[in-house]
Every structure is written in C-alpha cells, then in structure tokens.
Design a protein around this ligand. Structure first.
Ligand code: ZN
Length: 418
C-alpha cells in the first residue's frame, strides 16, 4: 500500500520503502481503519493519485469522510447554489445505494460484480480530484470542478455488472427502454439527475439570479456529457477532439503564464492553479466540457497507471467480472463478448493489448494537457506493462496459466459476494 505517504513529489517509491517501514514500526498507520486518528487524516489535500481507494471505501463511515473532505471542508469544492451539508449527505447516501441494486433479469448467481462497485466509484472520484489538483483545475471554473468530481462518483450508478453488448444481445428490458447507444451511461445519468432533483441540488428555481441559473444549467450539462463520454466505444472520437484542442490549451497557458510558450512545460501543473481564473475564462464552454469529460474518462481507466499492486488487483477484479459475463453468455447461447471467454483469454495478454491500443496514447495525450498528472500515470503504466510482459513470458515458459489474485472490495465497498 502506498497511501500512507500522502503525495510523494520528488521522491522515488523505492527510496520511501525503508522510511515507511521504519515509521510503520514506530506508530499506528494513519490509514489503518482501526487507528483512532485514521478518519481525521482524510483531508482535501491528502487525497491524491497514491490514495488507496480500497481502504478509503472500506466502511461507510470512511466513504462519507472522503465525500465530506471533498465537498464540505473549508477549502473543498463548492457546488453551484451551495446546497447545505445535510442535503449533500442524503444525496451521497442515496447515490451510494444505487451501486448496490441488482438489475432485473440478470443471473447474479453467475455474474460476479467485483469491479463495478461503489469502491470503483470512490476510486474514480478521488482520481478525478487528483487530476484537477495536479493542474487540471486551471481549465475549469470552480463550479465545474465541483460537479465533475460529483459526476465521477455517479458515473456507474445502477451498473448491472454486465456490459452494454450483453444488454443489447440479450434484448434486456433496459435495451428495449433506452436503446443501444451508451445504454448504461444514460441509465447512470438518469439516476444521478433524479437524485439531484430529489435532494434539490443543482435545481433552478424562480427568484434565483440569472448568473446562478446559467451556472446550474451548465453544471447539469457537464454532468450529463462527462458521464456519456465514459462510454469506452467513444474513446477514439474523444481522443481526436482533445488532440485538436491541445494547441489552444497550451496557448492559453502560455498567455496566462506571461510567456511565449517557448521552453515552457507543456500542460498545466499544480503551480498554475493560481492562474485558473485567467485560463478557464479564455476557453469556450464546449472546450471546457470536453476536457472535463476527458479527465473523467482517464480517471475511469486509470488503474493501469497506479502502483503495480493496485494495478494488478483491479485488473483481476475486472477480468473476473468479464469472465463471469462470458459464463452467462455461454449459458444463454449468446455470442461471448470480447475479453470475456475464460477458456480463451489470457489475462496478461489482454492487459498488454488494452495498454497498447488504449492506455498508452490516452496517458500520453493527458501529459500534454497535465504535465505531472499525465506523466505520473504514464510512468507507472510503462513499469506495469513490463511486469505484464514478464508474467506473460513466464506463463509461456512454464505452461502454467496466470492465476488471478482475488481480493474483492469490502462489503460496505460494494462487493456482494458470490
Ligand atoms: Zn467506471
């Protein structure tokens, strides 16, 4: 676990190991849930790329602490309209519940929903926050940053544990009702919007100032768009649009920094956050929404860019979930979806392929808009990719298949067993 060290700017992880071991022997670990001060150590500033989401999402109390640190602290995100804390807590509780629902007509004796849990939602929320704090915040208004982090928490609400292809091929009632395009993403949006409505958050009311009304309308649009863009089938389309936007972003950055851009760092850094006002107001709303959606998409598939243990753990969970879908597809006589056939798919091979065709370009593009954030994920990714290659070679040489380490999230974190 790397979390115990908050941010590790400038220090290699290798260098930290002996220091951490020494500290661990002298005092209770701050992230140990049994430690009395562990909840207090969850702050807006301490949540970052190296946070351990499995630990932070391990109990309902800790989950709420994370949410409070992000949205209710002195320096936390402010949602347009400034909803009171009681409303926000009630919204959080309902949103959390929607990750525990079972979809009609899905055989949960077979489907192992280990990946699309509330722990994943928490992980994506924390990573989105980390991307914003590493510099991404410069491109968005304060209200837009707040609702993007909220969208991250809701982006997989009411997820079924099977993918869109399964719902379409099995002619599931959700497909009949919602249609084929971004099926599950649209259902998550509907759920988030209904809960916002229920708790009167981001709701336009009469007597509200025009500027606030406009901000709320923009915020709701950002939530919808950013969740829609988490549909992996739109990955290429998004990559092309963001690539075309990069020169304009770096131009805005250079102007705000008062330089001509020559020799300057490409992509924003945490140090640029002071210039946020100047930069985000120089970008059109459409560009801001696209970029916000890009950050959420990155956060959603950021597991390959974490430390190896975290990367391998999430990879195991997602492959287990996929394989359980493959089992159900075989039972129902449906075509087995990509990466879902446990008889044919080799885990290291699938991870290497996903890295090569999706992740590497995604993180490289991120590094052009976010200098530290992008390079952090990219460096870890390259290390992990080599690890998968070593494992693949071992598997080939020994003839023994790779066995998945099964470490699901906690019950409070959304793992319902089976
Ligand atoms: Zn997701």
């Amino acid at each position: 676990m790397v979390t115990r060290t908050n941010r590790i700017h400038g220090l290699s992880k290798g260098a930290l190991v002996p220091i951490m071991a020494f500290l661990a022997s002298c005092q209770p670990l701050p992230d140990d849930p049994s430690s009395p001060d562990s909840a207090d150590s969850i702050t807006f500033e301490s949540l970052g790329f190296d946070s351990d989401s499995f630990d932070l999402a391990s109990t309902k109390e800790r989950q709420l602490k994370v949410f409070e640190a992000l949205f209710m602290g002195k320096d936390g995100y402010r949602i347009p309209g400034d909803p009171d804390p009681a409303r926000l807590r009630a919204f959080f509780s309902d949103l959390r519940e929607s990750y525990f629902l079972k979809a009609e007509g899905i055989d949960y004796a077979l489907i192992k929903r280990q990946y699309h849990t509330f722990t994943h939602a928490m992980d994506v929320m924390i990573t989105t926050h980390a991307l914003l704090r590493s510099g991404g915040g410069v491109y968005l208004s304060p209200g837009e940053q707040a609702v993007l982090v909220l969208a991250a928490l809701g982006h997989d609400a009411v997820h079924t544990g099977v993918n869109n292809t399964f719902l379409i091929n099995s002619k599931h009632p959700y497909f009949i009702e919602t249609g084929a395009d971004s099926l599950q993403e649209k259902r998550s949006i509907r759920q988030v919007m209904a809960l916002l409505e229920k708790h009167e958050i981001l709701v336009v009311s009469e007597g509200m100032k025009k500027a606030l009304q406009d901000e709320i309308i923009g915020a709701r649009n950002l939530i919808e768009q950013s969740i829609l863009w988490t549909d992996i089938s739109r990955h290429k389309e998004q990559m092309n649009l963001v690539t075309a936007l990069v020169p304009q972003l770096n131009d805005s950055l250079a102007k705000a920094r008062g330089s001509d851009g020559e020799g300057a760092t490409k992509g924003a850094n945490a140090a640029d956050l002071d210039l946020a006002m100047q930069i985000h107001s120089s970008l059109p709303e459409e560009a801001r929404v696209l970029l916000a959606s890009f950050f959420l998409h990155v956060a959603d598939i950021s597991n390959p860019g974490r430390d190896w243990d975290t990367c391998e753990r999430w990879a195991g969970l997602v492959m287990n979930e996929f394989f359980s879908q493959g089992d159900l597809e075989k039972k129902l006589g449906l075509p087995v979806s990509m990466n879902c056939d446990r008889e044919k798919v080799l885990v290291p091979f699938a991870q290497i392929g996903f890295g090569k065709f999706v992740i590497r370009d995604l993180y490289a593009l991120l590094s052009q808009t976010l200098h530290f954030g992008g390079n952090y994920l990219l460096n870890n990714f390259e290390i992990n990719q080599r690890k998968w290659q070593e494992i693949e070679e071992e598997v080939k040489a020994s003839g023994k298949p790779y066995s998945i380490r099964f470490e699901p999230p906690s019950k409070d974190g959304g793992w319902l067993g089976r």
